[in-house]
Design a protein around this ligand. Structure first.
Ligand code: SAM
Length: 290
């Protein structure tokens, strides 16, 4: 069987179906088998495992996943790709393509219905860059029963998600992602592995989902709000951000009291706080407003 992910075969398929790329859907297809094998290896698949793929394109990654996993379900938004996928994936009866927008789907229900026999499920994808953060936050916040998530993303996003406190890349996305998962960059990827080539650098990111979140919080909703407010304006101090984006100007005293109780200097910036400090702060805020 000839692999899809070579320049020749991909061009043949695109020509056969007269397919034109839609930039608005983040369509950059993989044409490098070496990168694909790194992605698949990072997901640690077995025949007992299931895979949910987001955005199969013409099936370059889907076919490699289908060779390793017990079952593969792929969600594709672009209707024009469905007849192509039917053709390119015809040798894999345990692989199913669903037409839809992952952001609008009940993914928890889908996993429950589709992966009845697989105890462990991974999400593996070469994500459309225009919605990377939204897709990752949805997968994490909905507490899906996943073992890991292995995704090709913009290099900058991979750096943000795997950043440490105090670094330039550390932000709300870092804290929220690391709350649920251990993040690791598997490899940085050159433009040349895609067709068409994107303007940005890419990287493969692995998120190993934690059994329990990294820190205990009284309310996840309040934790999110505190984290998001703390990074609302990066150049401002924590106290300014919390006052402008959470407490309101008339509650300055209360806010300073909360920070004092948490043992956090109000002059610090959000990017210097560890996940533990965000948890401590949000737990005190949760109790203060009970
Ligand atoms: N997996 C293929 C590959 O690696 O060659 C294609 C990856 S391409 C970067 C992203 C794919 O996601 C495209 O096929 C695009 O149509 C699809 N897509 C974009 N937005 C989507 C959404 N909201 N839900 C599902 N699929 C989406």
């Amino acid at each position: 069987m000839r692999d899809i992910a070579t320049p020749t075969r991909t061009k043949e398929i695109l020509k056969k179906y007269g397919f034109s790329f839609k930039k608005s859907l983040g369509q950059n297809f993989l044409i490098d088998l070496n990168i694909l094998s790194k992605i698949v290896a990072a997901a640690e698949l077995t025949k007992e495992k299931g895979v949910l793929e987001i955005g199969p394109g013409i099936g370059a990654l889907t076919e490699q996943l289908s060779r390793q996993a017990g079952q593969v379900v792929a969600i594709e938004i672009d209707q024009r790709l469905l007849p192509i996928l039917k053709d390119t994936l015809s040798s894999y009866p345990h692989t199913e393509v669903i037409h839809g927008d992952v952001l609008k789907m009940d993914v928890k229900l889908l996993i429950k219905e589709k992966f009845k026999e697989q105890k462990k499920v991974s999400v593996v994808a070469n994500l459309p860059y225009y919605v990377t953060s939204a897709i990752l936050m949805k997968l994490l916040e909905e507490r899906l029963p996943l073992e890991n998530i292995v995704v090709m993303v913009q290099k900058e996003v991979a750096e943000r998600i795997s950043a440490s406190p105090g670094s330039k890349a550390y932000g709300a996305l870092t804290v929220l992602a690391q709350f649920y998962a251990e993040a690791e960059i598997i490899t940085v990827v050159p433009h040349s592995v895609f067709i068409p080539q994107p303007n940005v650098d890419s990287a493969v990111l692995r998120l190993r989902i934690r059994e329990r979140p990294a820190v205990e919080v009284v309310s996840e909703a309040i934790f999110y709000r505190v984290v998001k407010a703390s990074f609302a304006q990066r150049r401002k101090t924590l106290s300014n951000n919390l006052m402008n984006n959470l407490f309101g100007k008339d509650k300055k005293e209360k806010m300073l009291q909360v920070l004092k109780e948490a043992g956090i200097d109000p002059a610090r910036r959000g990017e210097t706080l560890s996940i533990e400090e965000f948890a401590r702060l949000s737990n005190i805020i949760a109790h203060a407003f009970e």
